[in-house]
Design a protein around this ligand. Structure first.
Ligand SMILES: Nc1nc2c(ncn2[C@@H]2O[C@H](COP(=O)(O)OP(=O)(O)OP(=O)(O)O)[C@@H](O)[C@H]2O)c(=O)[nH]1
Ligand SMILES: [Mg+2]
Length: 373
């Protein structure tokens, strides 16, 4: 088995006009840095791309499914199996010659000096040829999605979608990558942050596509990135909105019940809105807890779950007793005196909240146990 120091992985789908130049630039860098390297082309083309790549000495493999992320995952698996583990360095980049592989030494430097575990080539801090990135991606999509990534995951980078990256084999080993599509680019960064890796960034150049057409679809791929990030940040997607809903709902329902003036006189409608906010806010908090246990971010111990079950029973019982009292008063008055409807809304809210907490505790327990085993 030939051992290598570095592997460069290129996913390709109909890139016959540019694959050759990419491979030749990569081979030149191998020579320049005196590294034993291999180029792996994960190809799903129906043009001459695989033939050209093979002729130029690349290792060409054919992923059994389409997808940018899948191509990388397939290639990583192949790399590991073929060489009995990852090489010291792995570089990834597009096969469309939009990134300049002669700049690989810049990306490898922080890895070689031990300053970083993952290095992203930043186009936004570097140089871009006119027309290389559409206006919508350059000024809206990319900065916005990068901002979300930094806000949700504290990634601290300027160009989350750059596909030109270098990573140490040791770091790559730690990443649990599951995406098939373009959101793979976000997943790699989220995982790197989660695993406590040091993410560095260097400015790079970015050129206009000259060969085949782009495989990127602005809206659907943008949405895939955002969806991936939201699913993976239960705090921002569920917990924070849930806490805000419950706080606002409690203020509204209490003000309505106690007739506290809020700049307006809260009445029945305010208490209905409050009830809605509390019930849905609590639901969001439970979604957040389920997700964070599933993601391995949080672990629920049995005593905590026993406590939540008890809290659920207590809240439910208070609501039920209150409902019985309201019913009793009504019966006693010869079915005439019904207490103010605001009380019934508060009582309904307590019953719903109690039931939600009680039953959700069982699911919490189940998920926590499954996660532990
Ligand atoms: N094997 C494989 N490669 C793919 C697939 N989809 C895209 N690619 C390759 O992945 C790389 C990135 O795709 P691009 O179309 O360049 O996407 P992009 O870089 O975000 O968009 P541009 O800025 O227009 O280049 C290119 O080398 C593609 O040929 C696929 O389904 N399978
Ligand atoms: Mg590209």
């Amino acid at each position: 088995m030939r051992s290598v120091d570095i592997a460069v992985v290129l996913p390709s789908k109909n890139e016959e006009e540019t694959i050759g130049i990419c491979i030749s630039k990569i081979m030149d860098v191998f020579k320049e840095l005196r590294l034993r390297g291999v180029v792996i082309v994960a190809d799903n083309s129906d043009d001459e791309t695989p033939l050209i790549a093979r002729e130029m000495g690349a290792d060409v493999i054919t992923p059994d499914r389409l997808g940018y992320g899948y191509a990388y995952r397939y290639a990583f698996k192949y790399l590991k199996e073929k060489y009995g583990g990852y090489p010291k360095y792995v570089v990834i980049g597009d096969a469309d010659n939009t990134y300049d592989f002669s700049e690989m030494p810049k990306l490898l430097k922080p890895l070689m000096s031990g300053e970083a575990d993952v290095v992203i080539g930043s186009r936004l801090r570097g140089w871009m040829e006119v027309g290389a990135m559409p206006w919508l991606h350059r000024y809206v999509g990319n900065p916005l999605l990068t901002w979300f990534l930094n806000l949700f995951f504290k990634a601290g980078i300027s160009d989350a979608h750059s596909g030109f990256r270098a990573i140490t084999g040791e770091a790559l080993e730690k990443l649990e990558l599951r995406s098939d599509g373009m959101e793979f680019a976000s997943e790699m960064l989220v995982e790197a942050v989660r695993k406590g890796l040091r993410v560095g960034e260097v400015p790079i150049s970015y050129y206009r596509r000259r060969g085949s057409r782009s495989k990127l679809s602005s809206l659907s791929d943008g949405w895939r990135h955002l969806k991936f990030m939201l699913i993976n940040t239960p705090k921002h997607l569920y917990i924070y909105p849930g806490i805000s809903f419950i706080t606002l709902g409690t203020i509204l329902i209490t003000a309505a019940a106690l007739r506290i003036h809020l700049g307006f006189s809260p009445g029945i409608h305010t208490s209905i809105a409050g009830s809605l906010l509390i019930i849905s806010g609590l639901q969001l908090i439970f979604f957040g807890l389920f997700t964070s246990i599933l993601l391995g971010e949080r672990n629920m111990q049995s005593p905590t779950i026993e406590k939540t079950t008890a809290i659920g029973i207590i809240i439910f019982t208070i609501g039920l007793l209150w409902a019985l009292q309201i019913g009793w008063e009504w019966v006693n008055s010869g079915f005439k005196n019904l207490p103010p409807i605001i009380y019934s809304i508060s009582c309904l809210t307590l019953i719903a909240v109690g039931l939600q907490i009680f039953f959700a505790s069982f699911i919490l327990k189940l998920i926590a146990e499954q996660r532990r085993t």
